[in-house]
Write a protein of this length. Sequence first.
Lengths: 61, 631
Amino acid sequence: MAAVYEKKLPFFERILTRLFEILDPLMNLRINRKIIMFIIRHIKLGKVTKYLEGMPLSLGG
Amino acid sequence: MPFGYMGKILRVDLTTEAVETEELPESLYQKYIGGLGLAARILYDDLPKDLDPLDPKNEVIFMTGPYTGVPAPASARYEVVTLSPQTGFLGAANAGGFFGPTLKKTGFDGIVIRGAAKNPLYLWVTEDEGELRDAQHLWGQDTYATEDLIRKELDNDRIRVACIGPAGENLVSYAAIICDRGRAAARSGGAMVLGSKKLKAVACFGKKQVQIAHKSKFKEIATIFNKKILKDAIFKTLKLYGSEMLISLQYIFGDVPIKNWKQSTFDGIEKVTGHAMYKTILVRDKACLGCVISCKRHVRIDKGKYKLDENPASGPEYETVAALGTLCMIDNIYAIAKANDLCNRYGLDTISTGSVIAFAMECYEKGLITKEDLNGIDLKWGNPNAMIACIKLITNKEKIGSILALGTKKASKEIEGSEKFAVTVKGLEVAMHDPRSNQMLGLHYATTPFGGRHSSGSEAIATGLGSLPSPDLDFVAKPDERALDRLSPIGKARPIITIQDRNMMFDSAGLCIWLVSMPVIPTHYLPAFLSLITGWRMSYRKIFLKTGERISNLIHAFNIKHGFTMKDCELPHRLIKEPAVDGGSKGHVVYLEPMLREYFKIRQWDWETGKPKREKLIELGLDDIADDLWS
């Protein structure tokens, strides 16, 4: 019953699918949640400083 | 005729079957832009106080904006505005696809529909004219069949159709208007109002071109935007996984509602992610007219019990996966895709439908409704077959379906003991983002004039997920760690006001929020882009944001005219009294009152009555509304 995505994926998208293949099963792990929260909190605060200096916006996550 | 517009609208009275053209002055376009803003002004002027949403005097307005149909990304949106049967206030929904640009190519910026027909009709709009036609043979057909039959009857495959399905005909309060096989102007119950008017569809075809003031410069900038989008990592992810691209991150933050908002964790979550859909049923992405973003899903299920009637078909987006999936504890992506297909065909809002079913599942668990009420359906948490059967029950208003068709809030009043299970704001089911994980979103839900709608405050979601706020939000002017903390109520009012005013502009201009929710094209570029279309000078703060603020105040004044009180800012019990039990916002509720007080103070809205202050309305050029509210 599995469908097949009709397009051949370019390099970035291929890497992305492999990344999600690894990350998705980890979603319910407490340690995974803590690591991601830690990274986001620190990236965000770090980028605010850059941002105030007129750097372009970017997603903290 | 101003640049970016066609300069006129079509007015249709279904009672007298009169179809008339009305030219609008440029000043009106300039003041309210188009789309949501222009439609809200027309509705404010046309509707009397204390009107029942199903009264023939209510209007349904289809309206495009200056950005609709121009050769640029994210330019295919049109807005549907009416007095909502779900909230009793101004209801708005928008959709992409091909209908909006095609409507504009007929030479009309919009259509205002009032009255009620004796027998089913549909409206056929061609270049500079409209005609009402018999729709007896279409009544009872689903939205896909309706589209096919109209094209066949008019012998033109390029006709675009926006129509209601059996749910709208049967007056289900959260019925959706569907165009282009699965594009839904879903929220607020506009399709129920069309059903009460017995208008089955609006079909259109035209070839007129939108005139752009600075065409070559506009093309140059649009090409740059397209190139930026195609290179951008986030847009590449959006193209591959659709609006489900961030579900993993949302889940970790506690943003994804589960088990009728009682939980934030779910063992089956990895089976319903964007990646799970990619691995199983996704066959291609799909774009609206002229857009390179291509966020729409096309899926294939050609065998098994969840086989789709047509393959490939429109696939579920994040809101649908959450509403018909996690909210009901369902982790079967095939069943969710089937349920999504049924909602598209019957013409139902998937957010409200999923919310109502999750509410019914909780009632069933607590013994407030029985198997007999449900025509034998075992509506247990996580039962995909029961969820699908329940959609049919609601559409046909069979058994308990007739109560569930009223929407969660009204149903909770009919089912004794269920009031606390209803998660609605102003009567509209809350969209699939849990505000306990993001205080700014909580304030948005309480203050947006449309009820529990997320898209009018979309950037609040991104900010809560760790995205950096845009430069014009006051996080930045006065950086404060607490203001950046998604779980703190401090400093949330000013940024959400700016976000809401900006979104009013996007919905009025005909811009898709994907273009403006992403960092690749900073929001403050967009007024300049609109200036190239219209030829009007449009500075960011003094004109763009001010016009957005005018539209926000206009819609709020509309709601006051139709009975708004401070009670309508309340959030449901589950979000303000029941702390999240697990996940990324464990222990938190929405801390509404301090945020709300700050919001009203900044808006200059009266805390007791909710009315915008007279001086504020006059400052925004809404003198006549100031007289209405304060005389």
